[in-house]
Write a protein that binds this ligand. Structure first.
Ligand SMILES: *Cc1c(COP(=O)(O)O)cnc(C)c1O
Length: 464
């Protein structure tokens, strides 16, 4: 077998990558001509690439490395667990210590009676579980017809067939269909792009009331659950107006519909509380978790369900599970991650130090000539790029053209900032310090300035 080390010349690594590795969410043909960036090491909030560049990771990988890179404790725990018990399943009336410890710890952290965890290997798998779980729950209660799940356009709930179908990404729905049936989408609470002449408050209420309209149209007895991210992440860090969530909660309560909060990004400190549901003041029946649960050090996800749901499901056998449900190494790593977060008060650091410091600087971006709104909740933030703020105009160029140009400038300036269409988003590790935030913001502003100039020079600073 070939030993492919980090020390091989970058061009050779890129050529092998292009020849044999299919990248997710990537135009692989185009990437092959350009060569992928090779990341070799990471520490704290910084990545190092094969050419020795130090890059500030403003995205925590994919919104997941909440405690930052390079924590030896997690490596040590993984090695120890691999020696002691690398694998055993939890299917046939067996269990093991790491899964017991982690489940009890999660139950302690979650609000209300969300005390029961069904494990998966990822957020996508956990949402697949949720589809089957909520339908099975209602069937167990004698309501087999209560099986429709309502979600939102521009939601992200993963990339498996179930996750894609639940999500509302048009580019994803356009490929690999037909999608899973029995899923209905309503509009998202994105005031900047879709609010028209309404105030944010009116708009938030109107978008929440689409849930009630959908329930009445589909039939009150047919809707099993509503799923949503407390703050849409992959959709562009869309923060709903204040009026939105209280109305959603009211409607779910009124029609006896399970509320699934997809906390895959928002969970584990991202919004300044342990869970985004706490920040938004909602009481979900189910939470989807992954990403920050292990800070990305091991693949693990799950569904946290209420005592009521767990007790109904417990009345029979739920014919569902993954080989790696409750994987001992992943559970041990997640447990150590949570221990560090608690001992080092990382959620408090995010809430009381990093988020307020970043908020002031981030919101000031709204004064930039190419920025419309600047939104931030905890340590997830976005700006809408626009050629005309007064009219909240989109660019005339194809959506994402300007955003991509800005991302290219950001990468060149050694900052990982992502673009979603023509919004720029960041979600740095929760451990980021004020000094590091200064560096991050200097690079972000420089990238916006350079992109602004490039967009004007290319004649693209034009409204649709
Ligand atoms: C990333 C994400 C998922 C999917 O998680 P994977 O681990 O990539 O399968 C689901 N929901 C939300 C909100 C996410 O951000």
């Amino acid at each position: 077998m070939n030993m492919i080390s980090n020390h091989m010349p970058t061009e050779e690594l890129q050529a092998l990558d292009a020849a044999h590795h299919m990248h997710p969410f990537t135009a692989n043909g185009e990437l092959a001509t350009k060569g992928a960036r090779v990341i070799t090491r990471a520490n704290g909030v910084h990545l190092t690439d094969s050419q020795g560049n130090q890059i500030l990771d403003g995205m925590s990988g994919l919104w997941c490395v909440n405690i930052g890179y390079g924590r030896d404790e997690l490596a040590d725990v993984a090695a120890r667990q691999m020696r002691e018990l690398p694998y055993y399943n939890t299917f046939f009336q067996t269990t093991h210590v790491p899964v017991i410890a982690l489940s009890a710890q999660i139950a302690e952290l979650t609000p209300g009676d969300l005390n029961n965890v069904f494990y998966a290997g990822s957020g996508s798998e956990a949402n697949d579980t949720n589809i089957r779980l909520v339908r099975h729950y209602w069937a167990m209660k004698g309501h087999t017809e209560k099986n429709v799940i309502i979600s939102r356009h521009n939601a992200y709930h993963g990339s498996t067939l179930g996750g894609t179908s639940l999500g509302g990404m048009s580019g994803m729905h356009a490929q690999g269909g037909p999608m899973v049936g029995g899923i209905h989408h309503i509009n998202q609470p994105n005031w900047w792009s879709e609010g028209g002449d309404m105030s944010p408050e009116e708009f938030g209420l109107a978008r929440a009331q689409e849930l009630e309209q959908a329930i009445l149209e589909l039939g009150e007895n047919r809707v099993a659950a509503f799923i949503a991210e407390p703050v849409q992440g992959a959709g562009g860090v869309i923060v709903a107006p204040d009026t939105y969530w209280p109305e959603i909660q009211r409607i779910c309560d009124k029609y006896d519909i399970l509320l699934i909060a997809d906390e895959v990004i928002c969970g584990f400190g991202r919004t300044g509380n342990w869970f985004g549901s706490q920040t938004m003041g909602i009481r979900p029946d189910i939470m989807t978790i992954a990403k920050g649960l292990s800070s990305g050090y091991a693949p693990i996800g799950g569904s946290i369900v209420s005592d009521d749901i767990a007790s109904v499901i417990a009345q029979g056998e739920f014919n569902h599970g993954y080989t790696y449900s409750g994987h001992p190494v992943a559970c041990a790593v997640a447990m150590e991650n949570l221990r560090i977060m608690q001992e080092e008060n990382i959620v408090e650091h995010a809430r009381d130090v990093a988020a307020p410091y970043l908020k002031e600087k981030w919101e000031a971006l709204a004064d930039h000539p190419m920025v419309g709104e600047a939104k931030i909740v905890g340590l997830m933030a976005s700006v809408a790029l626009t050629p005309d703020k007064a009219n909240r105009a989109a660019f005339a160029s194809e959506t994402g053209t300007v955003g991509f140009m800005c991302r290219e400038r950001s990468f060149a300036n050694n900052l990982i900032m992502r673009h979603v269409g023509d919004r720029m988003v960041i979600a740095p590790p929760l451990v980021i310090t004020p000094d590091e935030i200064d560096v991050m913001m200097d690079r972000a502003v420089q990238s916006l300035d350079e992109a602004h100039k490039a967009v004007k020079d290319a004649g693209l600073f034009v409204s649709a």
